[in-house]
Design a binder for this molecule. Structure first.
Ligand SMILES: Nc1nc(=O)c2c([nH]1)NC[C@@H]1CN(c3ccc(C(=O)N[C@@H](CCC(=O)O)C(=O)O)cc3)CN21
Ligand SMILES: CC(C)C(=O)C(=O)O
Ligand SMILES: [Mg+2]
Length: 269
């Protein structure tokens, strides 16, 4: 099994690859393809559950998907992305919600969209044996305040992120996602802290990269400008399904090889 320590040992040596997955089948494919960390992202909200954004995703939905991903993988580190308002309002409830992901669903760690409000929770969870991945820069659960634009374009905001990165490392976070910030800020954050940084829309100088599954394989209805589509799975699926529809409608499917008969049953009616 990959542990958070194994991951930390990779940093600075080889690039860490993280990808989201939301089910056992695609998680197994990601593991087979060599992904180091699977993030069960709350991006499932828009990526596969049909919501406009990540905000409606519930703790039960996350636990169900984390459990599927854990069943579909053998040794990949599985991180549960804690949904909007599942943490932060009340410490006891936050700890219980995060604990469920390890205890019930089989995650190895949780990720929290971070800010000054997650410092004490990060420390508490780390103390309890729940590894925490922090997340700074664009934090999509705050879409109603920030939109989805690049964050930290001015010095003040950039310094705040640098400070929060250091503070979350001190609080015990084992890694840090840095999303949609200028590349030179992400590079300096990576320099400033010892825990691995995993970038998304944050340039090439982080310790690793993360993208959303549906963006990478070409299955997403829409993708952020910083994502790269490495396949065309949507048109593959469309082709396979329309061939199936055509084959049934034309009588080509099922063929003799897809069925069997029993002579004994010939004269039932
Ligand atoms: N499929 C998918 N991929 C993701 O990377 C992703 C999700 N979903 N859902 C959760 C968040 C949302 N993310 C997003 C979504 C949109 C933009 C985007 O389009 N940004 C534009 C400007 C948008 C605006 O101004 O409203 C940009 O140019 O930065 C960026 C990140 C990243 N995350
Ligand atoms: C893009 C990553 C970092 C994420 O938070 C998600 O997929 O929900
Ligand atoms: Mg997320």
């Amino acid at each position: 099994m990959t542990t958070v320590r194994d991951l930390q040992a990779m940093a600075g040596d080889e690039q860490i690859t993280m990808l989201t997955a939301y089910d056992a089948v695609t998680a197994g494919i990601a593991e087979g393809a060599g992904v180091d960390v699977i993030l069960v992202g709350d991006s499932m909200g828009n990526a596969v559950l049909g919501y406009d954004d990540t905000l409606p995703v519930t703790v039960d939905e996350m636990a169900s998907r984390v459990a599927a991903v854990a069943r579909g993988t053998d040794e990949t580190l599985v991180v549960a992305d804690m949904p909007f308002l599942s943490f932060g309002a009340d410490e006891g409830e936050s700890v219980r919600n995060c604990g469920r992901m390890l205890k019930e669903a089989g995650a190895n760690a949780v990720k929290l969209e971070s800010g000054p409000h997650t410092l004490s929770l990060t420390e508490r969870l780390s103390d309890l044996g729940i590894p925490v991945m922090a997340h700074l820069g664009l934090t999509p659960q705050s879409v109603n305040q920030t939109g989805y634009t690049q964050q930290a374009n001015d010095r003040e905001e950039a310094e705040q992120i640098l400070e929060l990165a250091r503070a979350h490392e001190d609080a015990g976070a084992f890694a840090l996602v840095v999303e949609h910030v200028p590349a030179n800020l992400a590079a300096q954050v990576t320099e400033a802290i010892d825990i691995p940084t995993i970038g998304i829309g944050a340039g090439g100088d982080c310790d690793g990269q993360v993208l959303v599954f549906t963006d990478v394989v070409g299955l997403a209805a829409s993708s952020p400008p910083f994502a790269e589509q490495f396949g065309d799975v949507r048109s593959e699926m469309h082709g396979a399904i329309s061939d199936y529809v055509d084959a049934v409608e034309s009588g080509e499917f099922p063929g003799d090889e897809h069925a069997s008969t029993s002579e004994e049953l010939d004269d039932l009616y």
